[in-house]
Structure formats: structure tokens, C-alpha cells
Design a protein around this ligand. Structure first.
Ligand code: NAD
Length: 368
């Protein structure tokens, strides 16, 4: 069999259940190397609270440079109560924000998929969510989370003023809209762009730039503009009307969390954060489950690894163009759910409870 070129992943398990769920991804990588001769190369490093304990910082320069050089970073989760009272710059979550910002990962892809086997876990009626498949594209490095000026300042009368700035440039909007249009072409060809153009100038610019790009390059894709508050409402009224939703950092944070909950379980939701392609077509990227480090269940062997495994499938698809292998993995997850195997978080009547590693092994057995 011909061997393809080496592909380098940096694995950052992090804290809490992070090492447990990344452990299952490592088994899958080994399976692909052994059975498909894909020759994935992996390195593993500490990040978050684990890194703080050893090095006094949530991410060392050495690990940061390794992330810069990797084809893709796969992260478990960071954080936990042990580090809650650390000063801001030392908090585990700073590692993640640094990676997103410095690797210029401006497009956050969060699919909200409701597996038909799990419709009962949703808070909405089954017919509203069965086979739901929305792709959120959230702008990740701009907007109010990063805008200047920011801070808390004293003002004259003994009061204080909290300031954050919501700011976007044309190019920041255009590049993330381009990601959304390109994705829609591979899906159901529809983009909904959300902002608050009725009350915010930055929202007005957002709408104008998305419209201009659509007219210039993507007239073959259906484009709909929607106010973000209406989108929040439509997501619970009729979520299946959406295909790709593109929106800014703040609205994307909230709307994608809302959509995530429609699908029932946090343990099933993957995400990808993508940067721009360079002239050779290479792109920086980070893949991680949507959930956090779940300190309440860490070390018990009951964490659901599916979100992390599906994040790895996204890495195969978006960073390595291995669509066939990504589909194989997604199908294996589906088959295991079809068979009624469940980790505790998604257990329901008539299904069988299995551990983190048992569900990982079952997914691998389906790959065979
Ligand atoms: P969480 O996502 O860690 O947990 C919320 C609930 O969901 C918990 O009951 C947990 O047991 C459950 N859960 C989460 N993932 C699960 C899985 N894979 N399998 C089974 N059950 C799962 O959110 P939280 O409790 O608000 O945060 C805990 C810590 O994680 C905090 O320190 C927070 O800052 C951090 N966090 C990190 C990230 C990240 O690394 N990207 C994201 C969110 C929160």
C-alpha cells in the first residue's frame, strides 16, 4: 500500500475529562495509522490548569510554537474549580483564547446536529428537531470580546464605568462570510446572516459587506439576512429552516449555545476553529468539543467522548481533505448509537450504559 505524507497533529488533552476523551481519539488515530496507512504523526502537550501546575503558565511558549507548526491542534478541555481564583492571565482558559487569537482562527464552525436516535433528549418536540443539521459559523477573533477601548474605569462621582467596544472591519466580515458561503455550497446552499443592523452601526456594516460579497461572488447561494434576536426566536420555533448561519462573535456565542441545547447533549457536539489559507492552501486550525472539562465526572470513566471524536472527524474533513475517512468515522458513531450503546449523559430507557473507553472501542469496531 502507498503511504501518504505525514500529517502532524498536536494533541492538547488539558484538564478534567480532557485526557479521557482525547484518549479515545488517540486510539482512533492509531487505528487509521495501522489499517489505512495514513501515517498521522502526533505530539502531546500540556495546556490549561495542567500546564499551570507544572510551568506556572496556562500555555508555554514551546507548546504555543508547536501549535503554530501543526497541521491541526486537537484540544480536550481546560479549566476547573481548582484554578478559578487565579489572576486573569494565569487562568486555564487564557491558553485557549491565546491559541484562537494568535493562530488567527477567525471562523468557528459549530454544527448543531440532532441524531435521530437521541431526539428524546431535546427540549423541543421530536418532529422539530429530528435530523436537524445546522452549521454555525461564528466570527471568533473580533467584535466586542476583543475591541478597544475596554476596561473598568473610575468616573467622577465615585461610580465606575465598564467599557467594551463592538468593532468590525470590512475584511473581517468578508473573510468569515466567505467561509459560510463556501460551506453552504457543500450543504443545502443557504446562508442566514445575523446581526442587529436596526440598532448597531457595526451590524449595518456586517449586513452591507455580506450582501456585497454575495452579489460579487456567491449569487448561486441563497442568502437571507435576519436580526439576531429574531434568529434566537426562530431557532426554537422552526430550527430546520436553517442551513448555515453566519454571525459575529457575541451573537454567535449565544445563538450556537442555544442551538446546541436543541440537540440534547453537550457530550455530542464538536467544533472547529479555522484560520485563513496561505498561498500553499495550508490553514491553521483547532478542533475541540463544545463542552468543558466537566470536573464533576472527571476520572470516573463515564465521560462521553463522541464530541471529541466528531471534532477529530472535522479535522479529517477540513484540515486534511480526508472526506471519506471523516464520513467513515461519523457513520461508525451513528452505528454505535443505533445499537443502543450510550454513555451515562445520553442514557435512556432501552439503551445500554457503557464507559468512555467501551464506547470508543465500539466506534473503532465499526470502523473495521
Ligand atoms: P462543562 O461543559 O464542563 O459541564 C457541564 C455539564 O455537562 C456537567 O454536568 C458535565 O458533567 C456535563 N458534561 C460536559 N461534557 C460532558 C461529556 N463529554 N460527557 C458527559 N457529560 C458531560 O461546563 P461547566 O461545568 O460550566 O465548566 C467546567 C469547567 O470547564 C470550567 O472551568 C469552565 O471554565 C471550563 N470550560 C472549558 C471549555 C473549553 O475548554 N473549551 C468550555 C466550557 C467550559
Amino acid at each position: 500500500m502507498i503511504k501518504v505524507k505525514k500529517r502532524k497533529f498536536l494533541l492538547l488533552p488539558g484538564d478534567g475529562i480532557g485526557p479521557e476523551v482525547i484518549g479515545e481519539v488517540k486510539k482512533i488515530i492509531n487505528w487509521f495509522n495501522k489499517n489505512k496507512s495514513l501515517d498521522f504523526e502526533t505530539e502531546e502537550e500540556m495546556v490549561g490548569g495542567a500546564s499551570y501546575e507544572k510551568h506556572g503558565t496556562p500555555i508555554t511558549d514551546e507548546v504555543f510554537y508547536k501549535a503554530l507548526e501543526s497541521e491541526a491542534v486537537i484540544l480536550g478541555a481546560v479549566g476547573g474549580p481548582k484554578w478559578d481564583d487565579l489572576e486573569f492571565s494565569k487562568k486555564p482558559e487564557r491558553a485557549l483564547l491565546k491559541l484562537r487569537k494568535e493562530l488567527k482562527l477567525f471562523a468557528n464552525l459549530r454544527p448543531a446536529i440532532c441524531f435521530k436516535q437521541l431526539v428524546d433528549a431535546s427540549s423541543l418536540k421530536p418532529e422539530l428537531v429530528s435530523d436537524l443539521d445546522i452549521m454555525f459559523v461564528r466570527e471568533l477573533t473580533g467584535g466586542i470580546y476583543f475591541g478597544e477601548p475596554r476596561g473598568i474605569k473610575p468616573i467622577d462621582n465615585g461610580e465606575r464605568k465598564g467599557i467594551n467596544t463592538h468593532v468590525y472591519t470590512s475584511s473581517e466580515i468578508e473573510r468569515v462570510a466567505r467561509v459560510a458561503f463556501d460551506l453552504a455550497k457543500k450543504r443545502n446552499n443557504k446562508v442566514t446572516s445575523c446581526e442587529k443592523s436596526n440598532v448597531m452601526e457595526a451590524g449595518q456594516l456586517w449586513k452591507e459587506e455580506v450582501k456585497a460579497l454575495h452579489e460579487k461572488e456567491y449569487q448561486d447561494v441563497e442568502l437571507q439576512h435576519m436580526l439576531a434576536d429574531n434568529c434566537a426566536m426562530q431557532l426554537v420555533r422552526n430550527p430546520k429552516q436553517f442551513d448555515v448561519i453566519v454571525t459575529d462573535n457575541l451573537f454567535g456565542d449565544m445563538l450556537s449555545d442555544e442551538a446546541a441545547m436543541l440537540t440534547g447533549s453537550l457530550g455530542l457536539l464538536p467544533s472547529a476553529s479555522l484560520g485563513a489559507k496561505d498561498k500553499n492552501g495550508n490553514m491553521r486550525s483547532l478542533y475541540e468539543p463544545v463542552h468543558g472539562s466537566a470536573p464533576d465526572i472527571a476520572g470516573k470513566g463515564i465521560a462521553n467522548p463522541i464530541a471529541t471524536i466528531l471534532s477529530f472527524a472535522m479535522a479529517l474533513k477540513y484540515s486534511l481533505d480526508l472526506d471519506k475517512e471523516a464520513k467513515m468515522l461519523e457513520k461508525s458513531v451513528q452505528s454505535v448509537l443505533d445499537e443502543g450503546l450510550r454513555t451515562k449523559d445520553i442514557l435512556s430507557k432501552g439503551t445500554k450504559e457503557v464507559s468512555t473507553s467501551e464506547i470508543g472501542d465500539a466506534i473503532i469496531s465499526k470502523l473495521q
